[in-house]
Design a protein around this ligand. Structure first.
Ligand SMILES: [Fe+2]
Length: 370
């Protein structure tokens, strides 16, 4: 037995392999082929829009759209969400969005899952965001907003009617262009649940009008940033900046994939909440992801505090009473925050996302912030 094993190891003859599964082969994420990164034309900083240094987890507010993935990558990602089982098991609707796919990536979209977790993708997002980030959790990988598919005629009619009116703009968080009722309120000014968001466009935007992101500066002024086109993305520190995505018109469909991010370091603040996602989630999955990483952060912070405490003692220094009390108070607040976000299942109203009543500010049709 050993002899034949040795012979096999010594031999250069390749061991016969199982035939390559063509689906597997197509689905393999290859950064050389599938990342098509080009630097954004600009990045708007928090201070550019009037925020103090201590607001947020990074000095970066929002990027201009940048090419992230190749069109082949987008095609494969689209094929993964076209799977009827994904639509059947992971589709959610709410008062603010007719159709979203959430939490499917780990189980059903190996390519998409690998794309967002690839170290090169993470490095690009982190560099642009100005802080080391990681995807918020598996559950928030490539949350998809789906619009209804329109005919050419419908898309054109929408555009013509928009051009005729060219007046009020309604917000939709890039979610819903299926409604022809422009007066229906969808998502107004809001902040996101998670520190950073990366929105990837998965539709052809050739005839699309609108789709910008409007931001509120610290002084309440409104600025607009261009929306991404196919294969392109924007990164926004959405937890800290009040924003809305403006309605996009004239496209036959609009599909965006939104991946949320949080700081990699357990020593950076984590202000994540679950308010906007709880009603459209598998709570076992969402709560497990959230509770586990919050515990992991606490674990790391406690280990470090304990090591510092022991080091002080070994160095013969006095016990740092104010320092340790501050650590305990911050830890208690951190744990209370986790507790507060884990609303009992019976108290979560499925499909209803409470909106914050932020005073409206009209968005004019002026030039983009470029
Ligand atoms: Fe948002």
């Amino acid at each position: 037995m050993t002899d034949s094993l040795d012979q096999a190891l010594a031999s250069n003859t390749p061991t016969p392999k199982a035939p390559i599964d063509p689906v597997e082969a197509i689905m393999a994420f290859d950064p050389k082929k599938h990342i098509a990164f080009e630097e954004p034309s600009g990045i708007l900083m928090m201070k550019d829009i009037g925020f103090a240094d201590n607001v947020g987890v990074s000095p970066v507010a929002v990027t201009q759209p940048f090419q992230l993935f190749s069109l082949e990558a987008i095609t494969i990602m689209r094929s993964e969400i076209a799977n009827p089982e994904v639509r059947a098991r992971y589709q959610y609707a709410s008062n603010i969005a007719n159709a979203q796919l959430r939490g499917y990536a780990r189980e059903y979209a190996p390519f998409t899952y690998a794309a967002w977790n690839h170290p090169e993708t993470i490095a690009i997002v982190s560099k642009l965001a100005g802080i080391d980030l990681i995807p918020w959790s598996d559950y928030e990988i490539a949350h998809v907003n789906l619009s209804a598919v329109k005919t050419d005629e419908q898309a054109k009619a929408e555009l013509t009617s928009f051009q005729a009116r060219n007046s009020s703009i309604h917000s939709d968080e890039g979610i819903d262009v299926s409604s022809t009722d422009d007066d229906k309120p969808i998502v107004g000014w809001h902040t996101d649940s998670y520190p950073f968001v990366c929105v990837l466009m998965m539709s052809d935007c050739t005839n699309m009008v609108g789709g910008e992101t409007a931001l509120r500066t610290a002084t309440g002024e409104v600025i607009r940033v261009r929306g991404p086109t196919e294969g392109c993305a924007v990164i926004l520190q959405g937890r800290y900046i009040t924003h809305q995505a403006l309605r996009a018109l004239g496209a036959k469909e609009r599909i965006t994939a939104v991946t949320s991010w949080r700081p990699r370091s357990p020593f950076v603040k984590d202000d994540s909440v679950l308010r906007t996602v709880r009603p459209v989630s598998d709570l076992t999955e969402l709560y497990s992801d959230f509770a586990e990483y919050r515990l992991e952060i606490m674990e790391q912070r406690m280990r470090r505090a304990r090591a510092e405490l022991r080091a002080r003692r070994e160095a013969g220094l006095a016990f740092d009473t104010p320092g340790h009390k501050l650590f305990l108070q911050e830890s208690a607040a951190f744990l209370t925050h986790t507790d507060h976000e884990l609303v009992e299942e019976e108290n979560v109203q499925r499909g209803f996302i409470e909106t914050i009543d932020l005073p409206d500010v009209p968005v004019d049709q002026g030039a983009h912030q470029d």
